[in-house]
Design a protein around this ligand. Structure first.
Ligand code: BES
Ligand code: MN
Ligand code: ZN
Length: 488
């Protein structure tokens, strides 16, 4: 498990800077105006900071960028990291500054002389988020992110303000670890075990095994995992931090590996399908964050954990299954498996919890990557209110999300000759027909969003807050949505 960095807050002591080893960070605004900490470093380095602040390089830098002064005279530190920042950075700039510091930090201890800088706690969150490495499977023992200390005018208050951000970062790390984990390690059994451990944080965790799922009538979900030696499971995680109100439901696709089944995928790139449980990973990360920050809301997270494998016992193209809702489904393509899993978990979530609203997350379609690339997740919804609130939360957290259309016209593409619906609608509007399919398992008055995260859950290039690989996209936006809409 990847731990977030050890980040501490201490009172300002300018006289301690000269002797500090490792790296020292200071903040300088675009006008080159130095705060007390930067002034102190400027004096100690015989005006190296002022020279940098006067330079073209500094003028061209963006707010939140970090410039490095190596081996400065007058300091024990190996480098000064100069953060370009307005006097009052906004949330995005403060977090970006933190992320840039984490990148510049490497393995070195870091002292951040923030003084009275507003939103220092957001700098700390950005630092925590970017200090991630998935090196559990490197034979050389993985290192934890190096420690950092913030020198601030009100350490206790800044630390308290940072606590929620760290709780969210821990949720993000949980999501990333699950999503990065290879499928021989993160089997359905191991996934359920890791979720079970969340009960130590006060979450109520239940694991529904195959016999129970059969009894509930989840033939749609079960048909996906039937070719695998790993048993299919549904895990229910409840966080009851609110009052008597109905919970908000989060539902995740947890395909621990997607070979495509009998409709086998091509070999090239198939290894990426270890991330096909990314939706379930986000649900797990949000639930962990809610528990860590003791959110004052009732939220239930449900994930369908299956492995999509070909075998003599696997579902065939052309098979017909009856979902828990009673809807019959013709399985045209066994590689359109995520929607088969979600159909039953969505129905179960509504049937059992009568939630006040529901959001599902899934690495559902390659088509959403064609449409939106890796910058935005697709947002499909029957509710302007809920999707509008989600889009706003995602924007606030800097997580790309874009609303996509739905409509009855698309339903004809998933009409089946022999069953109620079929599980693929062909190439046109592939992400929308997938959403229409899910919509068939959402009750009439249920405010619902489907987030297609195939393009954003795991990426090949680093992002502002994560190295290449799993991003944890959505954990921050969903936390924000819950805190803004359902807490207090
Ligand atoms: N897990 C895939 C979608 C996916 C593709 C996720 C690329 C992440 C990256 C999904 O189960 C799938 O195979 N979808 C098919 C649907 C098709 C058969 C209708 C697809 O997108 O090709
Ligand atoms: Mn598939
Ligand atoms: Zn899949």
């Amino acid at each position: 498990m990847t731990q977030i960095a050890d980040i501490r807050f201490t009172a300002v002591d300018l006289d301690a800077i000269a002797e500090t080893e490792g790296l020292v960070a200071i903040f300088v605004n675009a006008e080159g105006k130095l705060d007390a900490g930067a002034r102190k470093v400027n004096t100690l380095t015989r005006k190296a900071v002022a020279r940098l602040a006067d330079s073209d390089r500094f003028a061209k830098a963006k707010d939140g960028d970090v410039q490095r002064l190596n081996y400065p005279n007058g300091l024990a530190a190996d480098a000064v990291l100069v953060v370009k920042s307005p006097k009052r950075p906004d949330q995005a700039t403060a977090r970006r500054a933190g992320a840039q510091l984490a990148k510049a930090q490497g393995d070195n201890p870091l002292l951040i002389v923030a003084g009275t800088l507003p939103r220092s706690e957001e700098v700390a969150m950005g630092l925590a988020l970017r200090g991630y490495n998935f090196d559990d499977h490197k034979s050389e023992a993985g290192r934890d992110a190096a420690a950092a200390t913030f020198m601030v005018s009100k350490p206790a208050e800044t630390q308290a303000a940072a606590a929620d951000g760290f709780a969210i970062a821990e949720g993000v790390f949980f999501t990333r670890d699950l999503t990065n984990e290879p499928a021989n390690v993160l089997t359905t059994v191991e996934f359920a075990n890791r979720l079970d451990e969340l009960s130590a944080l006060g979450l109520e965790v239940e694991i529904l095994e195959e016999d129970k799922l059969e009894e509930l009538g989840m033939a749609s979900l079960l048909c996906v995992g039937q070719g695998s030696d790993s048993p299919s499971k549904v895990v229910v995680m409840q966080w009851n931090g609110g009052g008597k109100e109905a919970p908000f439901a989060l539902v995740g696709k947890g395909v621990v590996f997607d070979t495509g089944g009998i409709s086998l995928k091509p070999a090239a790139g198939m290894e990426d399908m270890t991330m096909d449980m990314g939706g379930a990973g986000v649900v797990a990360g949000v639930m962990k964050s809610l528990a860590l920050r003791k959110a004052k809301a009732n939220v239930v997270g449900l994930v369908g954990l299956v492995e999509n494998m070909p075998s003599g016992n696997a579902t065939r193209p052309g098979d017909v299954v009856t979902a828990m809702s009673g809807t019959t489904i013709e399985v045209i393509n066994t590689d359109a498996e995520g929607r088969l899993v979600l159909a039953d978990v969505l129905w179960y979530a509504q049937d059992r919890f009568k939630p006040r609203g529901m959001i599902n997350l899934a690495t559902l379609t390659g088509a959403i990557i064609i449409g939106l690339g890796h910058e935005n997740a697709g947002v499909f919804s029957n509710s302007d209110d809920l999707s509008g609130a989600f889009l706003k939360a995602a924007e606030t957290e800097g997580e790309g999300a874009w609303r996509m259309p739905m409509g009855p016209g698309y339903d004809k593409l998933i009409k089946s000759n022999i069953a109620d619906i079929k599980n693929t609608g062909g190439r046109p509007a592939g992400s929308i027909t997938a959403a229409q399919f899910l919509g068939r398992f959402v009750k009439d008055d249920m405010p619902w969003c489907h987030l297609d995260i195939a393009g954003v859950a795991s990426v090949k290039a680093e992002t502002a807050f994560a190295p290449r690989g799993a991003t944890g996209w959505g954990v921050m936006a969903l936390n924000r949505l819950i805190s803004d809409r359902y807490e207090g």
